[in-house]
Design a protein around this ligand. Structure first.
Ligand code: NDP
Length: 244
């Protein structure tokens, strides 16, 4: 197991699914972790379930004021920041012609603007320290597009553009910025799929199965590790070959 002893880690959207698996994995590897959810009580309850040094704090990534207040509290409580995992994300799936303005704004506001606000807040302490790791949780849909997910695909493609740009801005300061692009992963987000839709997607995955949140967490841990020190601006697919 990779060693993250005393590393200070923030995982946005850590109350379930992929974010919870990432927070669990970092805590098990010795890190000090802050996980977030929009509801403080829920975030604290999830943190209390996990073994290790894990706190739960409230954060709505789509709200600039919430991001500012959260980072002030989290940095104070952790005593700095080594690793940000910008994981919080939502879907509002519809064909483009049926998308309402708010479906667009909510998804872009959370998945893209939210990741930008968090990355901007995280980069300041990392620049001072001249070290850090930022990992954005994108999606293969940001690479390939998908009917019914125009807003989601745009948000994740935008996130990949942000990651590649920021990576080049801060590489000389020993800060790496990368993305993971999961395919179909078993979480609440993918639970709404009908059996028929699930079968149709699974049949297109060369590995012939959905991935687990733990498999995404392993990729995030690698990108956050010392072993990945010369990898930046990269998009690591975790998709069983779906978007080869
Ligand atoms: P879930 O729906 O299971 O979890 C989403 C998490 O995001 C929750 O912890 C939720 O917290 C949090 N969240 C949602 N909106 C906000 C917000 N405005 N501010 C802060 N936190 C928020 O999703 P997954 O675990 O499946 O997805 C995690 C990430 O992985 C997302 O970015 C998603 O796009 C991406 N992904 C998922 C795939 C999949 O197949 N599952 C595939 C590819 C990418 P709470 O509700 O407690 O506030």
């Amino acid at each position: 197991m990779m060693n993250f002893n005393d590393r200070k880690v923030i995982v946005t959207g850590g109350t379930r699914g992929i974010g919870k698996a990432i927070a669990t994995a970092f805590a098990a590897a010795g890190a000090r972790v802050v996980l977030t959810g929009r509801d403080a009580v829920k975030a604290k309850a999830v943190a209390a379930e996990l073994d290790g040094d894990v706190q739960g704090l409230a954060l709505d990534v789509s709200d600039g004021e919430s991001v500012q207040e959260f980072f002030a509290e989290a940095l104070d409580s952790l005593g700095g920041l080594d690793i940000l995992v910008a994981n919080a994300g939502i879907t509002r799936d519809k064909l483009v012609m049926a998308l309402k303005d708010e479906d667009w704004d909510d998804v872009l506001g959370t998945n893209l603007r939210g990741a930008f606000l968090c990355a901007r807040a995280a980069i300041r302490p990392m620049l001072k320290k001249r070290s850090g790791r930022i990992i954005g949780v994108a999606s293969v849909i940001g690479l390939t597009g998908n009917p019914g997910q125009g807003n989601y695909a745009a948000s994740k493609a935008g996130l990949i553009g942000l990651v590649k740009s920021l990576a080049q801005e801060v590489a000389s300061r020993n800060i790496t910025v990368n993305a993971v692009a999961p395919g179909m992963i078993e979480t609440d987000m993918s639970a709404d799929l009908s059996d028929k839709a699930r079968e149709a997607i699974t049949s297109r995955i060369p590995a012939r199965r959905a991935g687990s949140a733990q498999e995404v967490a392993s990729a995030v841990m690698f990108l956050a590790s010392e072993e990945a020190s010369y990898i930046t601006g990269e998009v690591l697919r975790v998709d069983g070959g779906l978007a080869c």
